[in-house]
Design a protein around this ligand. Structure first.
Ligand SMILES: C[S@@+](CC[C@H](N)C(=O)[O-])C[C@H]1O[C@@H](n2cnc3c(N)ncnc32)[C@H](O)[C@@H]1O
Length: 220
C-alpha cells in the first residue's frame, strides 16, 4: 500500500511538479476532495487540474470523490481517511490531491495525523509531495519578491488575531552560533544541504552552522 499526498500547485496545471505528475501517473486511483455533498466536481479546481493533466499526459485513472465540507471536524477527516482505507481494498497505490502546497493550510496533515495513529505502516510509507503555493504564484504574477535582502515574510490567517506560528530561519552565516534562535515550540528541525551531497535532517537545533545551505524550522 502506497499513499501519495500530492500538491497540485495554485491552479495552473502547468505549475505542478514532475514528481507530483509521476505520482499521479503511478497511482491506481486518485482521491479528489469536493465541497459538494453530491460528490460532483462541477466547481472543483482540483478536479480540473487532474483532468487537464490526464488529458495532456495521456493517462486515465479512476477518481474517488472525498466529500470535504470545510467544517474542521474530526469526524469529517475520519470519514475521508476511511475512504482511503476502503480504497486500499481495491487499489495498491493511491494519491490524495490538494491545492497549492500541502505544507500550507491543507487537509493533508489532518488526515495524516489520524492515519499516523491508526495505520502507522501506511503513514510511514506515505510520501508528501510539495508544490507551488498560491502566494509564490501571486508574487511571480506581479514580479514582486516576498522577501529580499534583509526583509522577512509572514503568513497570517485572517480569521483570528492571535495564533501560534511556525518560523523558518534562513540565510545563516557559516560558523554562526545558533543560541540566538529562541525555540518556541518543541518541534525545531535543522535541514542541511537538502538534495545536495551530505543532506542531513536533524530533529533538533544544530549548535553551530556548518553549511550555508541550512534551514531551521520551528514547527508550530
Ligand atoms: C486552505 S488555504 C490553502 C493554501 C494552499 N495550500 C497554498 O499552498 O496556497 C486557502 C487560502 O489560500 C489562498 N489561495 C489559494 N488559492 C488561491 C488563489 N487561486 N487565488 C488567491 N488566493 C488563493 C486564499 O487565501 C485561500 O483562502
Amino acid at each position: 500500500m502506497k499513499l501519495y499526498m500530492v500538491s497540485l500547485g495554485p491552479g495552473d496545471y502547468e505549475l505542478i511538479t514532475i514528481k507530483a505528475l509521476k505520482a499521479l501517473k503511478n497511482s491506481d486511483a486518485i482521491c479528489i476532495p469536493t465541497k459538494s455533498a453530491d460528490n460532483s466536481f462541477s466547481r472543483s479546481m482540483t478536479y480540473k487540474i487532474v483532468k487537464n493533466l490526464m488529458d495532456e499526459f495521456g493517462f486515465d485513472k479512476p477518481i474517488i470523490p472525498m466529500y470535504t465540507p470545510m467544517r474542521f471536524k474530526e469526524g469529517d477527516w475520519q470519514r475521508q481517511v476511511d475512504i482511503i482505507y476502503d480504497s486500499f481494498k481495491t487499489y495498491e497505490t493511491l494519491s490524495f490531491v490538494t491545492l497549492g502546497d500541502s505544507a500550507v493550510y491543507s487537509t493533508v496533515y489532518y488526515l495524516l495525523d489520524i492515519i499516523k495513529k491508526q495505520e502507522s505502516k501506511i503513514y510511514e510509507d506515505c510520501e508528501v509531495i510539495p508544490g507551488v503555493t498560491s502566494f509564490s504564484h501571486a508574487s511571480a504574477k506581479v514580479k514582486k519578491p516576498l522577501c529580499i535582502g534583509d526583509s522577512s515574510f509572514i503568513i497570517r490567517p485572517l480569521h483570528k488575531r492571535q495564533v501560534p506560528f511556525t518560523t523558518v530561519y534562513m540565510r545563516p552565516k557559516i560558523g554562526m552560533d545558533t543560541s540566538r534562535i529562541k525555540q518556541k515550540h518543541n518541534n525545531l528541525y535543522t535541514f542541511e544541504n537538502l538534495n545536495y551531497k551530505g543532506e542531513t535532517i536533524l530533529d533538533h537545533k544544530k549548535e553551530k552552522v556548518e553549511k550555508y545551505m541550512t534551514l531551521f524550522i520551528d514547527f508550530v
